[in-house]
Design a protein around this ligand. Structure first.
Ligand SMILES: N[C@H](CCC[C@H](N)C(=O)O)C(=O)O
Length: 284
């Protein structure tokens, strides 16, 4: 028995997702829906599927789940969290401009920056503190890696592990355009070093201090931007002395402002959130 589902397409710096309010539409197989709907030729086309709901606990206002284009569920999505803030406010589902969002990696606070007409121009998200030691996500003896060597096919890369709930491996290079990201990103995503697979960032610190970063996302491949990846890149750059704790991450789809706060240790990410279109699709 099929039913009509209303969805909204949005993107954060080009990282585009399909958003469904599951307080209105039950999606009992989100993994399969994510695969079907993300297909850019036979489906709606997106980097994945984001489900929004009311929070089941009083400590948060709303909740989110995120599924990559391959159907795998992730702990968190930085770009989607900003779009959720815009979605909830601009669709009149809340008049809060500080929204507590429950995710699988904790409660993130979204601070909306509104235009004169009241619509959401950009959003700052308290992404909480990074995790630098995580034996379940990094198979080293101590669960950490800072500028460590990893073999990937015919190349050796040096990278730093940072978890923002979801795992990231940040590789700094002097020439980002010299790296075949589709080839080496795919190898590294599935590297035995990463028991839960991994998001892979390739980053080049530019003369003006900005960090140009391209990303191969776990479960979605090359995307135009990755919010948690931008946070991980900024943390890895500060950790290894390549950048101060406040920097701009320049991704293919746009720029994200990242600040790793010295006082509370949290990472604050500010960036755009764009509405693309509302649509309907059949769900069986
Ligand atoms: N591919 C990621 C989830 C999406 C994160 C990304 N799109 C972001 O903006 O943080 C993972 O499997 O951990």
């Amino acid at each position: 028995m099929s039913k009509t589902i209303k969805f909204t397409k949005m993107h954060g710096a080009g990282n585009d997702y399909i958003y469904v309010d599951t307080s209105l539409y039950g999606i009992d197989n989100p993994e399969a829906a994510a695969v079907k709907w993300s297909d850019r030729h036979k489906g709606i086309g997106s980097d994945g599927l984001v489900l929004i709901d009311k929070s089941p606990i009083p400590e948060a206002d709303f909740s989110m789940r995120i599924f990559n284009a391959d159907g795998s569920e992730a702990m968190m999505c930085g770009n989607a969290s900003r779009c959720i803030g815009k979605y909830l406010h601009d669709k009149g589902l809340t008049d809060l401009t500080e929204i507590r969002l429950l995710t699988l990696s904790g409660i993130k606070t979204l601070s909306l920056h509104l235009r004169v007409d009241g619509t959401t121009e950009s959003v700052t998200v308290d992404m909480l503190a990074p995790t630098l030691t995580c034996r379940s996500q990094l198979a080293t003896t101590d669960g950490t890696m800072t500028d460590g060597e990893v073999e990937a096919g015919d190349r050796t890369f040096r990278g730093t592990f940072v978890s923002m709930g979801n795992p990231h491996f940040v590789i700094f290079t002097d020439n980002i355009d010299d790296i075949d990201i589709a080839r080496y990103g795919a190898i590294l995503e599935h590297h035995p070093l990463f028991p839960e697979r991994c998001n892979i960032e390739f980053a080049e610190v530019e003369d003006n201090g900005n960090i140009r970063t391209r990303v191969w996302e776990r479960g979605s491949g090359i995307t135009m931007a990755c919010g948690t990846g931008a946070c991980a890149t900024a943390v890895a750059a500060a950790l290894t002395g390549r950048s101060p704790r406040h920097c701009t991450i320049v991704m293919d789809g746009g720029e994200l402002d990242i600040r790793w706060d010295e006082t509370d240790g949290h990472v604050y990410k500010t960036g755009p959130a764009e509405f693309v279109f509302d649509g309907e699709t059949e769900y069986t």
